[in-house]
Design a protein around this ligand. Structure first.
Ligand code: SF4
Length: 397
């Protein structure tokens, strides 16, 4: 039987429902027996497959949509092991078999200085690298760190973050090993707040170190808004095709309260927006990124930010607020699933209206893939079997 438009539309509805389910799992969590689940995880993921609260950090639902869920005893969702497979249930109704993310063995390769590649960069399922070059944020010392951010708390976990400040040489060597294994098709570098001059010099040093071996790379520099916007072209000249300046909150008063350091330093809210707009002249439409933490302000405000920035050529990504241990917001709750679904649904419609591409949705900050899959579903980018396959960055070599 021929594959018809009706078939495709029916599959799209199933996938949209799966995407919506991911927001429910995020809100309600999942109950499971940790010891029963652990053996099913890829050996490389046995440690990194759980977050600090013991929640599952990454798996795909039966049709391929990515999800995560904290452990919660009082939830309708449960994960049971049946015939050696993890089956997700809603109360007594089986939803289907889920798939845990797999680690990449290149992460265990060693640098000449003895660190593992995974101590320096994370290898993503998309065939890209994520480097948090500094796991500390200097705003903490002034009591000006963003209220939702746990970066300094995570830095205390020596097992997950054995190298607090990574040298450009280490980063370039990890990049080289990963690229030889075909998984450095995107390179994202980010870190906590450091004085601006040091940030620029560091990023340029990393790019130079990579380019001693490779003429070009494809990547994104996640930076604070520079006080002097005339330095922005230097990131492009160094070889970064994308830049991300993360505004976190669109409402300017809430921004000032929740992100006191970002408000006080580097010119404040207006300057952060100006930096984004100026970046589009240098990097081009769709290659400039920002992100908003969904759930810290009314959703109308978040959507207004996504729309405004899209109209200027900026892809404004978004994540879902998670109250993390050790932050002033610990103990608060994230809004309910329908709130986050509304932002996902309307935010991805905005991306489509302004003609952004799937590659651009993946090329910015770490929150990008959160919405990219829904964007793909709406664009009909799924198989004739109605599955979302693992998206990959185009190969560089
Ligand atoms: S500036 Fe960035 S790293 Fe520092 S507290 Fe804010 S969000 Fe976290």
């Amino acid at each position: 039987m021929a594959y018809t438009e009706q078939d495709k539309e029916a599959q799209k509805q199933v996938l949209l429902e799966e995407a919506r389910l991911s927001t429910e799992l995020f809100e309600h969590g999942i109950t499971y027996d940790l010891e029963a689940i652990k053996p099913l995880l890829d050996p490389l993921e046995q440690k990194s497959g759980f977050n600090r609260a013991g929640g599952l950090t990454g798996f795909t639902l039966p049709n391929g949509y990515s999800a995560r869920g904290n452990f919660n005893r009082w939830t309708p969702y449960s994960l049971l092991v049946e015939d050696g497979q993890p089956v997700l249930y809603n109360e007594k109704t089986p939803i289907g078999v889920i798939n845990f993310n797999k680690g990449n063995p290149v992460g265990d390769e060693l640098l000449s200085t003895g660190e593992r590649v995974r101590d320096i960069v994370n290898v993503s399922a998309f065939g890209g690298l994520h480097c948090t070059y500094s796991t500390e944020c200097s705003l903490k010392d002034q009591g000006e760190d963003c209220y939702f951010c746990a970066v300094n708390e995570r830095a205390k976990d020596g097992e997950r973050n054995p190298v607090l400040l990574k040298s450009p040489k280490q980063v370039a060597e990890a990049y080289d090993i990963a690229r030889k294994n075909g998984v450095a098709n995107h390179f994202r570098i980010t870190g906590g707040f450091v004085p601006e001059r040091r940030e620029l010099e560091y990023y340029l040093d990393v790019a130079d170190a990579i380019r001693t071996k490779y003429d070009t790379f494809y990547g994104c520099a996640v930076v604070g808004a520079p006080a002097d916007l005339s330095v922005l072209p230097k990131y492009k000249e160094a070889g970064f095709d994308n830049i991300s300046t993360n505004i976190e909150v669109w409402d300017r008063n809430i921004f000032a309260s929740i992100c006191p350091g970002k408000e006080k330093r580097n010119g404040g809210y207006k300057h952060w927006v100006e930096s984004l707009e100026r970046s589009v002249d240098i990097f081009g439409k769709g290659n400039v990124h920002s992100t908003i933490v969904g759930g810290l302000e009314p959703k109308e405000s978040t959507l207004e930010g996504i729309e405004y920035l899209a109209s200027k050529g900026v892809v404004c990504h978004f994540s879902a607020f998670r109250p993390e241990k050790g932050t002033p917001f610990f103990g608060y709750r994230s809004p309910e699933a329908s709130f986050h679904w509304d932002i996902l649904d309307k935010g991805t419609d905005i991306y489509r209206r302004y003609g952004f591409t799937t590659l651009q949705l993946h090329s910015g900050p770490a929150s990008g893939p959160h919405s990219a899959q829904l964007f793909q579903i709406k664009n009909g980018e799924f198989t004739e079997e109605g599955k979302l396959t693992q998206w990959k960055f185009p190969s560089l070599d």
